[in-house]
Design a protein around this ligand. Structure first.
Ligand SMILES: NC(=O)c1ccc[n+]([C@@H]2O[C@H](COP(=O)([O-])OP(=O)(O)OC[C@H]3O[C@@H](n4cnc5c(N)ncnc54)[C@H](O)[C@@H]3O)[C@@H](O)[C@H]2O)c1
Length: 343
C-alpha cells in the first residue's frame, strides 16, 4: 500500500477559479504537502473570494503574473476547455509542472502544441481525468489487471447532464462539444481498461433544444468506437435532461469481458438530501467530511502533487491526452460528416 503523502511542500498556483477551480483550490489548500501560493482569474473578485475562503497569498487577474512568481513550481489549469492550450503553453514556458483539467484540448492541433511545449520544458504534465479515482472504476481496473474478469470485449457508457449545465453553469458551452466535456471521462476509462487506441469512430449528434435557446452546440452525441485490439465501446452523452432531476449527472457504465461483467450504475444517487428548494445528491464520491475534501477529485489532485514531489510520471500523461483528443475529435468529425472516421 503506497504512503498517502510524499514528503515535501509543493508551491502551487491555480489558474481559473470557477466552479471546478474552487475544487482545485480547496484540495491544494488542504493537502499536507502543498502550499497554495496564488490564484488567478479574469474575475478578480471571484479569485479574491476563493483566497479569502481557502488561503493563497496573492491573487491576479492576468495569469501571466501568477506564472511570473518564481517560487511557484506547479499549477492547475482550470480554464474553459478551449483555453487549455494557451494556459499550458505559457505555464510550460514559465517552467511550471502542469495539472490541466480534462479535456487536454478541443483539437488535435492544440493537443500536439501542448505536448511540444511540455517536451521543450522538461516539466511534467497530467490531464485530470479524475474519474479514474472513483472506487468503481479503480477496482474494475485492478480486477482486469489481476485477470479476474478475463479479457474486456465491449463497454456501454452513458454520461448525461441536465440543461442547467449548458444554460446556467457554463458561459462557454457553445465553445466546446459533448465529446470533450462529458464523453471524454468515459472514453478515458474505456481506453484504460482496453489498453488500446481507437481505430474507427462512427458518431451521430443532433442540435435541436440548445440551438432553439441560442446556444450553438449539439444536444447529444452517440459514438461507436472500434479499438485496434478488437474491443468496442459505445459512448453517449446529452446535456438537456430536465433541471427537475434530483442530480445534474446521470451515468451508467457496463463492461462485458470474456469471464466477467461490471455494472456501474449511478443513475440513482446513493445519498439524496432535500430542502424546501431542491434535492441534491450528497454522494460519498465527492465533497467534504468534517471540513476535509474527500473523494475522487481530491485523490487525483493528491496523486499529481505526490508525482511531482517524487519525480514520477503521473498516471495520466500528455500522450494519453493526445491519443484521447484524437478519438474525441474523430467523434465530432464523424458526427458532422455523417460517416465513419478511420484513425
Ligand atoms: N474533472 C471534472 O470532473 C470536471 C468538472 C467540471 C469542470 N471540469 C473542467 O474544468 C475546466 C473549468 O470548468 P469550470 O466548470 O470550472 O468552468 P467555469 O466557467 O466555472 O470556470 C472557468 C474560470 O476561468 C476564468 N477564465 C476564463 N478565461 C480566463 C483567462 N483568460 N484568464 C484567467 N481566467 C479565465 C473564468 O473567469 C472562470 O472563473 C474545464 O476544462 C472543464 O471541462 C472538470
Amino acid at each position: 500500500m503506497a504512503k498517502a503523502y510524499a514528503d515535501g511542500m509543493l508551491k502551487y498556483g491555480v489558474i481559473g477559479a470557477g466552479t471546478h477551480g474552487e475544487n482545485h483550490i480547496k484540495c491544494v489548500s488542504a493537502a499536507n504537502n502543498a502550499q497554495l501560493i496564488a490564484i488567478a482569474d479574469l474575475n478578480l473578485s471571484r479569485a479574491r473570494a476563493m483566497a479569502a475562503k481557502y488561503g493563497g497569498r496573492e491573487v491576479f487577474e492576468d495569469y501571466r503574473q501568477l506564472l511570473a512568481v518564481e517560487e511557484i513550481e506547479a499549477v492547475s489549469i482550470v480554464l474553459p476547455d478551449h483555453l487549455h492550450r494557451q494556459g499550458c503553453e505559457e505555464a510550460f514556458a514559465a517552467g511550471k509542472h502542469v495539472l490541466v483539467e480534462k479535456p487536454l484540448a478541443t483539437s488535435v492541433e492544440d493537443a500536439e502544441a501542448i505536448l511540444a511545449a511540455q517536451q521543450a520544458s522538461g516539466k511534467k504534465l497530467m490531464v485530470n481525468w479524475s474519474n479514474r479515482w472513483m472506487h468503481s472504476f479503480a477496482q474494475t481496473k485492478a480486477a482486469l489487471d489481476a485477470g479476474d474478469l478475463g479479457d474486456p470485449l465491449y463497454c456501454y457508457a452513458r454520461l448525461n447532464n441536465t440543461l442547467f449545465v449548458p444554460t446556467k453553469m457554463l458561459a462557454w458551452a457553445a465553445d466546446t462539444r459533448l465529446p470533450f466535456w462529458l464523453i471524454c471521462h468515459r472514453y478515458d476509462i474505456a481506453r484504460w481498461f482496453f489498453k488500446a487506441e481507437a481505430k474507427r469512430v462512427n458518431a451521430v449528434c443532433r442540435s435541436v433544444k440548445l440551438r432553439s435557446m441560442g446556444i450553438d452546440t449539439p444536444d447529444f452525441y452517440q459514438a461507436t468506437v472500434e479499438f485496434d485490439n478488437g474491443c468496442v465501446g459505445n459512448f453517449e452523452s446529452c446535456w438537456i435532461m430536465p433541471e427537475s432531476m434530483p442530480y445534474m449527472v446521470d451515468s451508467k457504465f457496463e463492461l462485458i469481458c470474456t469471464d466477467g461483467y461490471v455494472n456501474v450504475d449511478a443513475a440513482l444517487p446513493d445519498f439524496v438530501m432535500g430542502t424546501n428548494e431542491k434535492a441534491t445528491n450528497k454522494g460519498v464520491l465527492y465533497g467534504e467530511v468534517m471540513g476535509e475534501p474527500v473523494g475522487f477529485v481530491n485523490q487525483s489532485i493528491k496523486h499529481f502533487i505526490n508525482a511531482i514531489l517524487l519525480d514520477q510520471e503521473p498516471l495520466i500523461t500528455g500522450h494519453d491526452g493526445l491519443m484521447i483528443t484524437k478519438a474525441l475529435a474523430a467523434m465530432v468529425e464523424s458526427a458532422e460528416k455523417g460517416e465513419p472516421v478511420d484513425l
